[in-house]
Design a binder for this molecule. Structure first.
Ligand code: PLP
Ligand code: COI
Length: 340
């Protein structure tokens, strides 16, 4: 860092840090962890990640707490999810212990990039795995590379914790009904780019996808899950074409802790007319409140926030989650890993 970063005004972008960590799977086993100062990799031109999309990733965050300690949120859940993604597209799963050791190492080595307490920013941790062996036939690779890079980030939606508008467009699907939606596969994001860019050009912060089979039920919200508050209950889509969000799972637990009933079920789009609050939730999005959901095909506008303010339940859940991540409240569920 040549000069001090402006921690309170970081965007969700990429800022170089001191190093990343890497490990390769070759000859049937994972090798030694390498610490690299390089921001590039050397790849075979026939690597399966380049031709057949063998790429999966994760996203988690480290926070500087009130007590100065660094906490990584739900490390083990992310380690488990990338194993499911690996199995989903026939890649070599990274053992939980290796994932854990590498996250701890890369955060420790880049400690000076963990934003200060009170800045609202965090250190985003991006593990990724790629198939690296040469293969021209459509087959899984025999060799894999697992990398973890980190970068300090601010809010994903530039508005921060302020309601934004999202839209429904039936002309796009990000995944197939029984496809790769439940895994964090790079190709899902490629498939979402056109819809995302169109939504942004129309002034929306994200696309609210409907289920790709029937286009009846809410699926998820761009790179985040969706939840709503209806009759005081926390409702969130149950679907096999969405990523099982660890943030959503955490918010459901916090809702239950607060005595709020939780329902994970199909949510028909028409039900949006009856909701009191809505938000997109994820590691990057945290809980980003929704003001209005515009169905661009039917012209129906579901107004969620009439006064342009986040609702009380969303606010309470957001505050609770942040307080646990920042060590302001006891971590009763054991979600944080302290880096020392
Ligand atoms: N859905 C998609 C498609 C995502 O990319 C993400 C981001 O990781 C999420 C949901 C939220 O998941 P999590 O809360 O585990 O970050
Ligand atoms: C995350 O929330 O960690 C994500 O992976 C979203 C990302 C695609 C920006």
């Amino acid at each position: 860092m040549d000069k001090e970063l402006d921690w309170s005004h970081l965007s969700f972008g990429y800022i170089p840090t001191d190093c990343n960590v890497r490990c390769c799977f070759r000859d049937g086993k994972w090798g030694d962890i390498e610490v690299s100062q390089s921001e590039t990799i050397d790849l075979h031109i026939a690597a399966t990640c380049l031709h057949y999309g063998q790429e999966i990733f994760e996203g988690l965050k480290a926070f500087r707490g009130k007590d100065g300690k660094i906490r990584v949120f739900r490390l083990e859940e992310n380690a488990r999810r990338i194993i499911e993604s690996a199995k989903g597209i026939m890649m070599e799963p990274v053992p939980v212990e290796l994932f854990t050791e590498m996250v701890k190492k890369v955060v420790k080595l880049n400690e000076r990039f963990v934003p200060p307490y009170g800045s609202g920013a965090s250190l985003y941790i991006r593990p990724l795995e790629i198939g690296i062996s040469a293969q021209v036939g459509v087959k899984p690779a025999k060799e894999y590379m697992f990398i973890i890079l980190v970068t300090p980030v601010g809010p994903y939606f530039k508005e921060g914790f302020k309601p934004t508008n999202i839209c429904v467009m039936r002309e796009f699907d990000r995944v197939a009904p029984k496809g790769t939606g439940r895994w964090k596969v790079g190709g899902n994001y490629a498939a979402s780019l056109e819809a995302g860019e169109k939504a942004h050009s129309l002034g929306y912060s994200a696309v609210l996808y409907l289920d790709p089979k029937e286009k009846k039920y809410i699926d998820e919200c761009g790179p985040a899950n969706f939840f709503a508050i209806k009759d005081g209950k926390y409702i969130t889509p149950a679907s096999e074409s969405i990523l099982p969000s660890i943030t959503n799972k955490s918010l459901m637990q916090l809702a239950r802790d607060m005595g709020i009933e939780v329902e994970a079920r199909h949510i028909p789009i028409e039900e949006l007319a009856e909701i009191e609050e809505a938000a997109a939730c994820g590691t990057a999005a945290v809980a980003s409140p929704v003001a209005e959901i515009d169905d661009l095909d039917t012209g129906i506008k579901y107004v969620v926030s009439k006064d342009g303010q986040p609702g009380p339940v969303t606010t309470a859940l957001y505050n609770r989650l942040r307080a646990i991540q920042l060590g302001e409240e006891p971590d009763v569920h054991g979600w944080n890993t302290i880096i020392d």
